[in-house]
Design a protein around this ligand. Structure first.
Ligand code: FES
Length: 219
């Protein structure tokens, strides 16, 4: 569950502007839609704003992750000539948009049935114990925020978490803690299965379509 949108919170900056690269990207994105339908660009523009904030946050001390300030939504409403409330509606509906500050690494923990059956309770406990925070909280060093989410579509490699743009699958409490330590050191952990499976293939290799798997270079 993402944090609620607080219009007048202290952390809301007074203004927002896209940077030089962002402005170019805005032009390109808006031009993708037919004349008069530019409002359809609202979702990619929200994503662009969130990524710009993340870029700035990665250089800040303490660091922070991508989120969308109210000023950014108002700016997007102005660019797309649409009511501000319509932009707030879109951003607050989808879980991929963060409406409040988050840590540099947003750890989204899937606890839906397949992940739960495969041990997501252990993964949640590993994160809360290791980081000393609860759901929707951020570590004091600004590095990690924990968030519980619904199915992320990787049930076949459950239990799993999404951290920023990447999926980490086939987790155990130990591999989860290791993952957090690697990120805390500023390194990039291996994405995907933490047990070494390729995609969702059995750990022993393909059990069907073996020739095709060889041809595709996955084994
Ligand atoms: S239930 Fe966790 S990815 Fe689907």
């Amino acid at each position: 569950m993402k944090k609620p949108f607080e219009l007048h919170a202290d952390y809301q900056p007074e203004s927002f502007e896209f940077n030089k690269a962002g402005k170019k990207q805005v032009e390109k994105l808006v031009a993708l839609y037919p004349k008069g339908k530019q409002q359809s660009a609202v979702m990619p523009l929200l994503d662009l704003a969130q990524r710009q904030v993340a870029e700035e946050g990665a250089k800040a001390s303490p660091p922070y992750g991508g989120w969308i300030p109210r000023a950014a939504m108002d700016h997007i409403a102005e660019i797309l000539d649409m009511p501000e409330i319509k932009v707030y509606e879109v951003a607050s509906f989808y879980s991929m948009y963060n409406m409040a500050p988050v840590g540099k690494y947003l750890v989204q923990l899937c606890t839906t049935t397949p992940c739960w059956l495969c041990g997501s309770d252990d993964i949640v406990k590993a994160c809360t114990d290791h980081l000393g925070i609860g759901m929707n909280e951020t570590t004091k060093d600004g590095l990690f925020t924990l968030m519980e989410v619904e199915c992320l579509g990787a049930c076949v490699n459950a239990p799993m978490v999404q951290i920023n743009d990447d999926y980490y699958e086939d987790l155990t409490a130990d591999s989860m803690k290791e993952l957090l330590d690697v990120l805390a050191e500023g390194l990039k952990p291996k994405i995907g299965s933490q047990k070494g499976r390729k995609s969702s293939m059995a750990i022993t290799g393909p059990t069907s379509l073996e020739k095709e798997a060889k041809k595709a270079g996955v084994v």
